[in-house]
Design a protein around this ligand. Structure first.
Ligand SMILES: [Cu+2]
Length: 106
């Protein structure tokens, strides 16, 4: 019974994400990003969810898409909208091995 309730919850969450502008969710678990590379459309938002046990500081210095989320506590998430097309290098300022690419297309 508990499994069914959980499953229903996941489906409901899936629908609400589909109706929202954020098309991708990037998880941060075990001090790695859940994807090394994703593609999004210009103007789309990506949700950076810290589901790790330590704080992360997600940022990008790629021209046109610079952002810095600051220290993001475990259990919190922030949406980032990518405004310019191109390859955007996303890193964690705390953990140098955390790197990913967001490919923004027109
Ligand atoms: Cu980190």
């Amino acid at each position: 019974m508990r499994t069914i309730a959980l499953f229903t919850c996941v489906i409901a969450a899936g629908f609400s994400v589909g109706a929202y502008a954020a098309t991708e969710v990037i998880h941060q678990q075990g001090r790695v990003f859940s994807s090394e590379s994703i593609s999004v459309k210009k103007g789309d938002a990506v949700t950076f969810l810290n589901d790790d046990t330590v704080p992360h500081n997600i940022m990008s210095a790629t021209k046109g898409n610079e952002f810095n989320l600051g220290s993001q506590a475990p259990g919190t998430s922030t949406d980032v909208t990518f405004k310019e097309s191109g390859d955007v290098q996303v890193i964690c300022a705390i953990h140098p091995r955390m790197k990913m690419m967001v490919k923004v297309t027109d």
